[in-house]
Ligand binder design. Sequence first.
Ligand SMILES: Nc1ncnc2c1ncn2[C@@H]1O[C@H](COP(=O)(O)OP(=O)(O)OP(=O)(O)O)[C@@H](O)[C@H]1O
Length: 306
Amino acid sequence: MIEVNELTKRFGSKTAVNGLTFTVRPGQVTGFLGPNGAGKTTTLRMILGLDTPTSGGALVGGVRFADHPRGLHHVGALLDAHHVHPGRTGRTHLRALARSNGIAARRVEEVLGEVGLSEAAERRVGGYSLGMKQRLGIATALLGDPPVLMFDEPVNGMDPEGVLWMRRLFRQLAAEGRTVFLSSHLMSEMENTADQLVVIGRGELIAAEPLRDFAARSTRVGVLVRTPQPAELTALLTALGADVRAEHAAGAESLVVTGLPAERIGALAFDNRIMLHELATRAASLEEAFMEMTADSVEYLAGRTR
Ligand SMILES: Nc1ncnc2c1ncn2[C@@H]1O[C@H](COP(=O)(O)OP(=O)(O)OP(=O)(O)O)[C@@H](O)[C@H]1O
């Protein structure tokens, strides 16, 4: 379990993390989401005792990380995959860590196998691809068989097969009863992986809830309508108080209507001899819910700086 309480971090006049409070529970995968610069890495670093909070604090397994002598047995983390000496081989890197943490050399071979690096173990890390470095970072996190695992943007640089492997691994680690906390700036990476979400923007908490609840809160749930008479239908729909937005997807012009059910829209079109090519209720897209809820907190928008 990770408990974050009123965590705040200022760098000079910049507030990177502002009064964050949330809990990450064991037995589930929790996604830590926010646009670039939202404060995810700073939060993870404070949880790990690598940055000192300006105020507030974080507990891992009920204790402050800095107070815990058992290091890798307590929490496993992947923060920066490049943070490995390039001249070392994967195996030497893991063996050195195992030795300094009182972990048997046998465990190094186990984790190398688990992350699929057994064959590359004798190669220098400097020649590893980013995906291989991420795998090595995951092996490092798993070395001490810890109950709590934290990964910062683990999917970066992974190929599609690697992404699938990683998803399965995270789900398996959670099924074993561990606390699994993953950061990402992309909702699509969480959609098939996370049970719970902690969403932040500009250092502040936006949501901490099950992924399903987060999706359901999207206001963009609507009805997709494709018609060769969009102007006529739009006029009728807006006269009834519906909200109509034109959307260009897959080479076709569509309308997304909110405020009226599909049945009413179909009946309205029929009564007014408007032809429909498609009429479908759209489920909430997680990507949309995320974009909508973090829209006010994106630091850098294309074309303008907020
Ligand atoms: N050491 C530092 N000194 C000054 N400002 C910092 C420092 N570290 C982070 N920041 C600022 O704090 C904010 C949060 O940064 P952080 O790296 O935690 O965000 P993030 O959510 O991890 O973003 P990304 O997805 O881009 O990694 C940013 O505006 C960043 O520029």
